[in-house]
Design a protein around this ligand. Structure first.
Ligand code: SF4
Length: 464
């Protein structure tokens, strides 16, 4: 279901595409299926326009879902026959597959009609927006056409709720089923799940999709009931729990079949790329400490692959409870950095926010902010410290730390080694000791250390 964020889906030709034939230019309209209209009597060009129109509406509506990130670049396109290729277009975004590849997905809503009234959502029932609805066959045809033209490697499909949660979920599952069973589609499929839908539909969705996601929408139960009155936090979490159980049971059954030497009897995989969720930040007064605590609980309880954070931006005719200002994108970025530190660097969520405000500083990254608040823990000796301590040094990422650990088995680590590893040495210097470096006396306690290490202020509103 659609959320509010500032991501804009873009089209771009990817590098190193797999073995399918490369697209040879052309336009989106040319890629649209002729047989995709529900009105078979219409002349073909008209049908194309109609589908293009729907695509414009439903790809634009899907951009509010942050669950697959778009790559940014300056506006370029080949409209009017000038040049070839485009960085703008409808409905194509980039996401990371479980094996780490960046893949492009057709990202659309099945429909932006919705019977719900989530106050923060542009597609809510009372919203005055243009509405459209694809048929199942249209989405299938679009996906296959774009795939054959090498525009995409998969589908990200979400929807407003129409008629009932079960009916909507049936439609989403029907798209995935047709793609897999009738067209032997082997590309990536990410389906948004409707929380109130029947468990059997969920099971079917997991059979066809690589990833399932359900949005928790807001960081707290209170915020959800205030801003999304038809949604129920308990139902959302129960559905996440069901998905987790099915993923784990499936993994176990496949492992047992493999160990028993019966690989042919392994059950088909259930949502092999796991599940993810999204929460909107800045639509209510929840601070970053509570957001990160909520994420930590979601990761621990439901085995989520990712929690996506989507900075709220105001919508037309908004509910009075919503802020008039958009949440800073820098806040979304700092939350992603903190999320990463919790999952891969051993930080606890409560360590990362400023104790008095419960917020993350926007001007410096959360790891540097933590180091500046805990100066007594430094300097850390690169040649002796544990991996856990090295991971706490500003500027040292997981790969650099792994290289340091390998190198120091053979020789003492020096500054030149850090430079060769392309680590940001200037940022790390006050916090480390190595064979040819030790911070000057009093450097760590210097009042201006924060100012020295903070990146220079940047003008974000102008495209350079
Ligand atoms: S269910 Fe809520 S968030 Fe989803 S499309 Fe409808 S109004 Fe928007």
């Amino acid at each position: 279901m659609a959320k509010v964020t500032a991501h804009t889906p873009r089209i771009s030709r990817r590098e190193g595409a797999p073995s399918r034939p490369a697209a040879r230019g052309g336009t989106f309209a040319a890629a649209l299926p002729l047989n995709s209209s529900p009105a078979p009597a219409s002349p073909a060009p008209q049908r194309r326009v109609q589908t293009l129109d729907k695509l414009a509406i439903l790809a634009d509506a899907a951009k509010y879902d942050a669950s697959c990130a778009s790559s940014g670049s300056s506006r370029r396109d080949s409209v009017g026959g000038r040049g070839i290729g485009s960085t703008e277009g409808m409905g194509i975004c980039h996401a990371y597959a479980p094996d780490g590849r960046c893949i492009s997905l057709l990202k659309i809503l099945l429909t932006n009609f919705c019977i719900y009234e989530c106050h923060y959502c542009i597609n809510r029932n009372s919203s005055n927006v243009r509405r459209a609805r694809f048929t199942v066959e249209e989405v299938v045809a679009l996906t296959l056409n774009f795939y054959r033209r090498n525009y995409i490697e998969g589908l990200f499909l979400s929807s407003g709720v129409i008629r009932s949660p079960d009916y909507t979920m049936e439609q989403l599952v029907a798209v995935a089923r047709q793609l897999r069973e009738e067209h032997d589609f082997r590309g990536y499929i990410h389906l948004k799940t409707i929380p109130d839908a029947d468990g059997e539909l969920l099971a079917a969705a997991g059979r066809y999709a690589d990833r399932l996601s359900i949005n928790v929408e807001l960081p707290t139960v209170q915020a959800l009931s205030a801003l999304a009155p038809e949604k129920d936090a308990t139902t959302i979490r129960r559905t996440m729990g069901r998905i987790r159980s099915r993923v784990e049971e499936n993994r176990e059954a496949r492992r047992e079949a493999r160990q028993a030497g019966r690989p042919a009897r392994r059950p088909p995989r259930f949502a092999p790329a796991g599940q993810s969720t999204q929460m909107i930040i800045g639509a209510d007064a929840t601070n970053d400490a509570t957001i990160l605590a909520s994420s930590a609980q979601l990761y621990a309880s439901y085995g989520l692959r990712r929690v996506y954070y989507s900075a709220f931006s105001p919508i037309p005719d908004a509910h009075a409870a919503l802020p008039l200002q958009r949440a800073p994108l820098a806040r979304e970025h700092r939350l992603y950095q903190s999320d990463w530190l919790i999952r891969f660097y051993g930080f606890e969520h409560a360590e990362l926010t400023t104790p008095d405000s419960g917020m993350l500083p926007l001007d410096i990254d959360p790891k540097l902010a933590w180091a500046l608040r805990n100066r007594e823990r430094f300097p850390v000796d690169l040649n002796r410290a544990s991996r856990e301590l090295l991971l706490r040094v500003p500027g040292l990422g997981t790969k650099t730390v792994a290289r340091i650990l390998r190198l120091r088995r053979q020789q003492a680590v020096r500054l030149a080694d850090l430079e060769a590893m392309r680590a940001p040495v200037r940022k790390a210097l006050p916090f480390i000791v190595c064979a040819d470096h030790r911070p000057a006396l009093g450097e760590l306690d210097a009042e201006n250390l924060r100012a020295r290490l903070a990146p220079p202020p940047r003008q974000h509103s102008l495209a350079l």
